[in-house]
Design a protein around this ligand. Structure first.
Ligand code: PLP
Length: 386
């Protein structure tokens, strides 16, 4: 199938329609968009200005600024227990988002299958389709906290399966995989000689003392694992468009070749600022402040949703989303009605794959005040429709 046809096969994001509709109303409270409401910490902004003043206005190497790759390698060793050669195993990308198309292009052939624990972050399905692969959704269940069951993955493997994409902490469910979960997933990957792409962009946003573990740090996994990470959520830098991938040498070399023709490199002074940010203890403090604020909001929204009978809800352990089920209701119609009648934006679960149906995604990366207004409106909406 030709690329234009593949593009046509990718459905419009269900999220977009709702935002267009929201644009018609005043006084809308949005729990829709998945990005931090915080501004980038001031010292990181200062580093970007410093970069400009130092003449960081040129192209960087296609795999990213050397000082940033060095800083990422140090971070990986210290925080994730992963050895990575900054010249061979790391590529800086234009956000985490860009990495999926780059990496899937390095090994996926038309007709190859990719296992996607579902519901899943929308980019995965689109990137798989675009490179000619086939996304195979594997259900995760609310009753299991939306954690991936390795047995379900095992059952979905065929001769054509090449890869599993996991995402912990998870968008849209907030699930965090334990070391045991990851060990079981790793076994499936090794048994069937599969690659694992692990999306760790929310690694710093975990709650109740949960620990983020990278599957790449497990025995024998580093060669078959590709880590995707980003500065967007950790440092509230969504608009900077800066992420990175960590992989074996051949994969990084191919991704770098693609990047050369796609974008050359990410923005140079942004890369400089990110390198400095990684080395500055103030960045860790800023992340912790945001994490702790998200945790309070998570507690609040979970408490509120739990009281509403029509919802079944699992307590999210990470990221900044909660994913309640509304049994027997069409999630798209429900979201639209909630917007029209109460001016609250939530995202229908079906936007995140077939196992997202009958669910809603609420993003709590918004002020407590907004959350309170939104939840009061949701409560009166539910009272009326009960
Ligand atoms: C799970 C997940 N992965 C990756 C991304 C991409 O983020 P960015 O491209 O801003 O790094 C997002 C953004 O929302 C996300 O939720």
């Amino acid at each position: 199938m030709a690329i234009p046809d593949r593009l046509d096969r990718i459905p419009e994001s269900g999220i977009r329609r709702l935002f267009e509709l929201a644009g018609r109303y005043k006084d809308v409270v949005s729990l829709g968009i998945g990005e931090p409401d915080f501004d980038t910490p001031q010292h990181i902004k200062e580093y970007a200005k410093e970069g400009l003043d130092k003449g960081m206005t040129h192209y960087t190497p296609n795999n990213g600024l050397k000082m940033l790759r060095d800083a990422i390698a140090v971070k990986l060793k210290k925080e994730n227990g992963i050895e990575a050669d900054p010249d061979k195993n790391i590529i800086v990308t234009i956000g985490g988002n860009q990495a999926f198309l780059l990496v899937l292009s390095t090994f996926l052939n038309p007709g190859d299958e990719v296992l996607l624990p579902s519901p899943y972050f929308v980019t995965y399905g689109a990137a798989v389709t675009l490179v000619g692969g086939r996304a195979v959704e594997v259900e995760t269940r609310l009753e299991n906290g939306f954690r991936v069951d390795a047995e379900d993955l095992r059952k979905a493997v065929t001769k054509k399966t090449r890869c599993i994409i996991i995402n912990s902490p998870n968008n849209p469910t907030g699930a965090v995989l334990t070391k045991k979960d990851l060990g079981a997933i790793a076994e499936v990957a090794v048994e069937n000689d599969l690659k694992v792409i692990t999306d760790e962009v929310y690694e710093k946003l975990v709650y109740d003392g949960a620990k983020h573990v990278s599957i790449a740090s497990l025995n024998g996994m580093s060669d078959r694992t590709i880590i995707v990470n980003s500065f967007s959520k950790t440092y509230a830098m969504t608009g900077w468009r800066l992420g990175y991938a960590v992989a074996d040498e051949a994969t990084v070399a191919r991704m770098t070749k693609f990047q050369m023709f796609l974008a050359t490199c990410p923005v140079s002074f942004g890369q400089y600022a990110a390198a400095k940010a990684l080395q500055d203890p103030r960045s860790r403090e800023a992340t912790e402040r945001m994490r702790s604020e998200y945790e309070s909001r998570r507690d609040y929204i979970y408490r509120k949703l739990k009281k509403i009978k029509a919802f079944t809800v699992a307590k999210p352990q990470g990221a900044f989303y909660i994913f309640p089920r509304i049994d027997g209701k069409d999630d798209s119609a429900f979201s639209e009605k909630l917007l029209v009648e109460e001016k609250v934006v939530v995202v229908p679960g079906s936007a995140f794959g077939r196992y997202g149906v009958h669910h809603l995604r609420l993003c709590y990366a918004t002020s407590m005040k907004n959350l309170e207004v939104a939840m009061n409106r949701v409560e009166s909406f539910m009272c009326r429709s009960a």
